[in-house]
Structure formats: structure tokens, C-alpha cells
Design a protein around this ligand. Structure first.
Ligand code: GLV
Ligand code: MN
Ligand code: MN
Length: 409
């Protein structure tokens, strides 16, 4: 069954680099935050490639872009996908690889004149990163029926814009499907974004699942006052409480141990002046674990501490959940196939969980799903120095091609 078919690595890399030119940062890396002008330009390029490949392109009401290659039978498609939005300090591979490798699979099939029984689809999901709008994976959550479209459209970005209006502004507000789409299986190729594969000498990761994600925003209101005249016992310092929560989150992750991680990635104090006690602080805590019970315990500890710390300083605390996803296990038979195909291709392969959030974790709610990882040099991602060697990109895309051929037969 087309066992010798291989993707064209140079063509895949050239698309990755071309898309990476849109929103390119002066010192390297890329910024294409969801639904910005740069995201629109990236979308336009991907849609133009989909059309060149003869795909039927649809845009849904949350702006997900799907290109479909017909099969010989009108069945639910085998889907590849990921996202093309980036964080503000991103690389060219995160997400983009999964979408462009899907197109590379299709171009390989087109060139070889291969027809499949099932259609093959490639989807770029909206706002996977969650950097501009929360929660992350918003496009796939809406796609799978996990959030009503009205609620998604009302989501407000960190720069104060409504998601629905931004979609319309960039021309990617499509029609809501009548029902949750049927997908035969979903396969996402992604860079690992962590250090494990490279450090241990593996070229392919057979991803077993995605760890749970908890994002909380804390808003603290105290009282601004003079830094020189306000005795320490009389302060209501919102900045201090935010700093204490930040330090506690890290301490908690270390105490819990294992794979528990905690990150305070957003932190603002105001008025942010040298001689004024801060009256306001807004911060986020990102907690992740593969075990939902342990993740809940981490949440309990951080939330309880935040209440206590705010009370002790006479500061009011508001807590808002930005995202909460339980851990996901991928379809064992598909994880096995990723591992077996890699072995057949003589690519050293290891099973591992995904540390980052992924659309595949959401698609797993409606269809069999899995992921293929390739190594990230120095484990870096969400960093302009993100890099994966071309040979590894090709190897991952070859595994994707083979698995999609099997699933669409
Ligand atoms: C998003 O992709 C995340 O894992 O933060
Ligand atoms: Mn990603
Ligand atoms: Mn990312």
C-alpha cells in the first residue's frame, strides 16, 4: 500500500520558511497572534496553498480553515491539523508544522496520483495558543461542540477586542456547521517543545496523551500610598500579594514534585512607579499535570494561599478561570501505529506525554486521535530560538503520511 511513498522535505521546509516570513521578528522568530493582521496574512497564504493543491476550502464560524481532498467514497475524513497562530515570541514550527505537513502529505499523494477511499482533510484551528484570547485551543473546542459559538465570539482579547469582531475584520468569519463535524481520525504532527527526545537520542515521539491545564487570573486590589510615609503595618500592597502568590506557586510545584509545573507568565502592577505602593496587580498562574487529582491538589493549595495572602494584606482578590482542561489519553491503537511505523522507518522512537496543550487533545473527544512529535533543539519553544532539524521534520511528516494512508484506505 504505497509503502515506498515519501514526502518532499525541501518542499515542506520551504513552506515553513515562507509562512515564517509573515510576522517575522527582527532578531528571528515570529509573532502572529490570533486574528491579528499578521494572522490574516498567514491564513491567506495557507488558503492559497490549499487551493493550489485542489482542496475544497471551508471556513467555519470560529475561523477554523479546513482544506479537503476528496476520497473515492463520501465518508468522514482522516484529518491532519494544528494551528498557525503563534505566541508573541514564537518560532516558525510550533503548530505550523502540523498544518504544512498535512499539505505536504496531500501534495505527495497528488504527485503520485494516489487516491484514497476516505477524504483527507487538513485543518488550521483558530487561537490554539491562547496568548491573545483565552482559553487556548478555542478553535478546536468550538469545533468539537465544547463551547457555544456566541460565547466564543464574545471572548475579549488581552488588547480589548472581541473575538467575533476580529474574525469579521480579517475576513475569516464563516458559517457554523449544523452539527459537530464527523472525523474518522485525527493525527497531529508537532515539535516536542521540550528536551526529552533530543536529550535521549530519539527522533520520533509517540505521544500518549496531553497533560491537564489550569489557567487562573488573579486580580488584586489594594490601596496606593506613599512609599516613604506609609508604615509597613498600614500597607495594602497588591504587588506584594501577587509576588507572594508567584513564589508560592513555584514552591508548590517543587513540593508536589513529579511532572507538576507552575508558571506565572503574566504579571502587571500599577501604577508601576518607584515610590508608590501598588494598588493593583493582575497575574496569571498556569498549572499542569498529567494526573488530574494532583493538578486539583495544586490548584487547591495555590487558591487557598492566594486567599490567605490577600486577607493578611487587606487586599481584595478576584479569581477568574481562563482555561481548564483535564488530561487526555490518545487512542492506544493509534499510538501503537505511530511507534510501529517509526520502527519500520528505523527511526528511534519513544512514548511520552505532551507537556503543551494541543488541538489533538480536544479532537480526541470526537474521534480517535494521536500525535507524532519530532525533537526540539535544546527543548526550546515559545522562544524565537525554536528549531527542529530538517531531517527530523521530514521524518515526522513521513510517519504522518504513512499513518494517514493507512487510516484513509
Ligand atoms: C498552548 O499551546 C500551551 O500549551 O500553552
Ligand atoms: Mn502548538
Ligand atoms: Mn504554542
Amino acid at each position: 500500500m504505497h509503502d515506498n511513498l515519501r514526502i518532499d522535505g525541501a518542499r515542506l521546509l520551504s513552506r515553513l520558511e515562507k509562512l515564517g516570513e509573515i510576522g517575522a521578528l527582527p532578531g528571528g522568530g515570529v509573532c502572529r497572534l490570533a486574528l491579528t493582521d499578521e494572522d490574516k496574512a498567514g491564513r491567506d497564504l495557507v488558503v492559497s496553498w490549499m487551493r493550489e493543491l485542489g482542496l475544497t476550502v471551508t471556513i467555519d464560524a470560529i475561523g477554523n480553515i479546513t482544506g479537503t481532498r476528496a476520497g473515492t467514497e463520501d465518508l468522514p475524513p482522516v484529518m491532519a491539523g494544528s494551528h498557525i497562530d503563534t505566541v508573541a515570541t514564537g518560532g516558525i514550527y510550533d503548530g505550523n508544522l502540523g498544518v504544512l505537513a498535512g499539505l505536504e502529505v496531500i501534495e505527495t499523494l497528488n504527485d503520485a496520483g494516489v487516491t484514497t477511499r476516505r477524504p483527507i482533510a487538513v485543518t488550521a484551528f483558530t487561537n490554539e495558543e491562547g496568548a491573545r484570547f483565552q482559553p487556548d485551543m478555542l478553535g478546536s473546542v468550538v469545533y468539537t461542540g465544547g463551547m457555544p459559538i456566541g460565547q466564543a465570539h464574545d471572548t475579549v482579547s488581552i488588547d480589548g477586542q472581541k473575538l467575533g469582531e476580529e474574525l469579521a475584520r480579517i475576513g475569516y468569519l464563516g458559517e457554523a456547521p449544523a452539527a459537530v463535524p464527523k472525523v474518522h481520525a485525527y493525527v497531529e504532527l508537532h515539535i516536542e517543545q521540550g528536551p526529552v527526545l533530543e536529550a535521549e537520542g530519539f527522533r520520533i515521539g509517540a505521544v500518549e496523551g496531553v497533560q491537564g491545564i489550569s489557567w487562573t487570573e488573579f486580580s488584586l486590589i489594594g490601596q496606593s500610598s506613599h512609599a516613604g510615609t506609609t508604615p509597613m503595618r498600614m500597607r495594602h500592597d497588591a504587588g506584594l500579594v501577587a509576588a507572594e502568590i508567584s513564589a508560592f506557586a513555584r514552591k508548590t510545584a517543587k513540593e508536589i514534585g513529579g511532572d507538576q509545573v507552575a508558571t506565572v507568565g503574566m504579571f502587571t502592577v500599577s501604577p508601576n512607579l518607584v515610590n508608590v505602593v501598588p494598588d493593583k496587580a493582575v497575574m496569571t498562574v498556569d498549572l499542569r499535570n498529567t494526573d488530574d487529582e494532583i493538578l486539583k491538589e495544586a490548584e487547591r493549595r495555590v487558591f487557598a494561599f492566594a486567599e490567605e495572602a490577600a486577607k493578611a494584606e487587606g487586599v481584595t482578590l478576584e479569581k477568574r478561570t481562563l482555561a481548564r482542561f483535564a488530561p487526555v489519553a490518545f487512542t492506544p491503537a493509534l499510538v501503537d501505529r505511530v511507534e510501529a511505523i517509526a520502527k519500520e522507518f528505523e527511526l528511534p522512537v519513544r512514548r511520552l506525554p505532551a507537556g503543551a496543550g494541543h488541538d489533538a487533545g480536544i479532537l480526541a473527544e470526537i474521534c480517535p486521535a494521536c500525535m507524532i512529535f519530532v525533537p526540539s533543539v535544546n527543548g526550546l519553544s515559545h522562544n524565537v530560538k525554536e528549531y527542529t532539524a530538517p531531517a527530523d521534520l521530514s521524518a515526522g511528516a513521513d510517519v504522518l503520511l504513512r499513518l494517514m494512508l493507512e487510516l484513509s484506505a
